[in-house]
Design a protein around this ligand. Structure first.
Ligand code: FAD
Length: 397
């Protein structure tokens, strides 16, 4: 077993770290505003990050999942909000199009995402359907002339109000209590066209504790007409595509969490080496050293689980078996909870300053809170992990 990154991966890591320190880190205070930073996004486009996972033949960089995890860690170490905006577009939309899209869909959308012309959003969650994905009620009906109409509400959609493309999970027939996963489809919606026609409305941009620069929106589809050719995969494959998408994306939330945990550790290290009490630096106290040591250990464990999950998705040519879903969930569960804990300990190491909104550690702590919630809460990750070893014994999860 070789734990070393390749020379190419190390170069990518260094390049993104340098980029993030130069183009994102100095703007952290501005990124606390509820405003998407188009200038910084444009710089990320120019650096090739908006097409990171998109195959080269469609204008992207064609990175594998492990390299993409490295990129995500470095961006999110500088600012998790900007990292999420890029990440949602890549992991939740560009990847499923690459995996399940027709040639026409790939040619239509992937080069536009890679060039930054289009930012993409993934619309699965609804006001009454969060963890219970199969209970979504937004509908899509064929109206006869090769057109579908979409109706319904989506909530908490990252990039929702800035999206040029929305990948929406919809129900193609009545909700069937016995078979809720049936009759679901993923549909690609040209958001700018739908907004111009008034069949898509952004009804809200949420105010959040953290990740301020990443818009989180409510969307309303009102007889939104799209060509039938906009269905990703087949009608009826929606739930499967959603699960495959989330399994592929969870290692990236784990990578985001590692980035946030490292940012918290950076702040803790800097502060404990500066701040003096009882005539010495607080880093000179063994109790502080113990805390820093545990933070460093958890970061490394989270990093290794993330690498493993990303590597497995790169190297095993199936994405749905329980064992692979469990690997992605273990990485996401451990890394997200570690990030929240590390950010909390780092804030405590800042004493009273850690509670002040002028300190970067308070921003990082706020950002860390959501990592164990989106793309499946920790409870849901635990169920996925348990399923791997309980299903063979007839336990239904
Ligand atoms: C900032 C942000 C960005 C997001 N971006 C997107 C996006 O781009 N696209 C998108 O579609 N969604 C997005 N989401 C939605 C996110 O994925 C959901 O919030 C998440 O899946 C949880 O759903 P919920 O909020 O409805 O909580 P609920 O499902 O109502 O859960 C509430 C609580 O109940 C627990 N619970 C639920 N079911 C069970 C169970 N079976 N066993 C034990 N406990 C359970 C949960 O763990 C949680 O603690 C985003 C959310 C946030 C906060």
């Amino acid at each position: 077993m070789d734990f070393r990154l390749t020379e190419e991966q190390k170069m990518l890591q260094n390049e993104v770290r340098t980029f993030a320190l130069r183009e994102i880190y100095p703007h952290r205070e501005r990124l606390r505003k509820k405003e998407f930073p188009r200038d910084i996004f444009q710089k990320m486009v120019e650096a090739g990050y908006a097409g990171a996972v998109i195959p080269q033949e469609y204008g992207g960089a064609g990175l594998d999942n492990l390299s993409y995890a490295l990129l995500t860690m470095e961006l999110c170490r500088a600012d998790a909000g900007i990292g999420l905006s890029i990440g949602a577009s890549q992991s939740l939309v560009a990847k499923p199009i690459s995996m399940f899209g027709s040639e026409e869909q790939k040619r239509l959308w992937l080069p536009r995402i890679a060039s930054g012309e289009v930012i993409a959003a993934y619309a699965q969650t609804e006001p009454n359907a969060g963890s219970d994905v199969a209970s979504i009620r937004a509908t899509s009906r064929v109206i006869g002339d090769g057109t579908l109409t979409i109706n319904g509400e989506k909530q908490f959609i990252t990039n929702g109000s800035i999206a040029g493309l929305i990948l929406a999970l919809v129900r193609t027939d009545e909700y069937d209590l016995k078979h809720p996963r049936k009759n679901l489809a993923m549909v690609l919606v040209d958001a700018q066209k739908a907004l111009a026609e008034g069949t898509l409305k952004v009804t809200k941009d949420f105010d959040k504790m953290g990740l301020h620069c990443s818009p989180t929106s409510s969307l309303f589809f009102d007889n939104c007409a799209v060509p039938e050719s906009s269905i990703l995969g087949d009608i009826g494959q929606g739930f499967f595509i959603a699960m495959a998408t989330l399994t592929g994306s969870r290692p990236m939330i784990a990578a985001q969490s590692v980035g946030v945990a490292k940012a918290a550790f950076d702040e803790a290290l800097r502060y404990t080496l500066e701040r003096k009490q009882f005539g010495q630096r607080i880093a000179d106290f063994q109790l502080t050293q113990s805390k820093l040591a545990r933070m460093a250990m958890k970061i490394e464990a989270a990093e290794l689980l993330t690498y493993q999950a990303a590597w497995i998705i790169d190297n095993v040519n199936e994405f749905f078996p329980d064992a692979i879903m469990a690997k992605a969930s273990k990485a996401k569960l451990f890394a997200s909870e570690a990030a929240e804990e590390i950010a909390s300990v780092a804030a405590k190491l800042h004493g009273g300053m850690g509670f002040m909104t002028e300190t970067p550690i308070s921003w990082i702590l706020a950002d860390s809170r959501v990592l164990s919630t989106y793309e499946g809460t920790s409870d849901i990750q635990e169920l996925i992990i348990a399923r791997e070893f309980l299903r063979p014994h007839g336990v239904r999860i």
